[in-house]
Ligand binder design. Structure first.
Ligand code: CMP
Length: 138
């Protein structure tokens, strides 16, 4: 049991062959995978997922990138899941990410930064429900 967070392994990390290494690091850090799929976001779906950022200058680039290739979407469970997962992935800009974090190991840039992690319990629930029906969550 525990709290839940939502993650995506982004198109850069999937294309580079890092799905297995990233999932291993997530499991070794004590997260349980309760839902998971390899999928591809349409431009429309990516735009909807990142709607909260639509006034930002990088929104168009973000939507193009996130719909550019397959992603892995997953819901993760652990005590203190949201905060602990953000610690595990490191800073948004990999140049500022702590050594050993997922972004320090695998991210290329601020935009192509290997993984997403929800920023609050409320957004974790919204983002998880965006990708998974209740019957797909274990
Ligand atoms: P993510 O945690 O998925 O949520 C929003 C994303 O926007 C973030 O990861 C980054 O990949 C991206 N992002 C944030 N700031 C910038 C920026 N200045 N330029 C390009 N992309 C950005």
């Amino acid at each position: 049991a525990g709290n839940r967070t939502f993650t995506m392994i982004k198109p850069d990390a999937v294309a580079a062959g890092h799905i297995g290494a990233i999932l291993a690091q997530i499991n070794e850090a004590g997260f349980r995978i309760v839902a998971m799929k390899l999928t591809k976001l349409s431009q429309e779906k990516a735009g909807e997922f990142y709607e909260v950022h639509k006034e930002r200058p990088f929104y168009g680039e973000l939507v193009d990138f996130m719909s550019s290739g397959p992603i892995v979407a997953a819901i993760l469970e652990k005590d203190n899941a949201v905060a602990d997962f953000r610690t595990l992935i490191g800073a948004t800009n990999p140049a500022n990410a702590e050594p050993g974090t997922i972004r320090a190991r695998f991210a290329k840039s601020m935009g192509e930064n290997a993984v997403h992690g929800s920023d609050s319990d409320e957004n974790a629930a919204i983002e998880g429900a965006f990708h998974f029906a209740g019957t797909e969550q274990f």
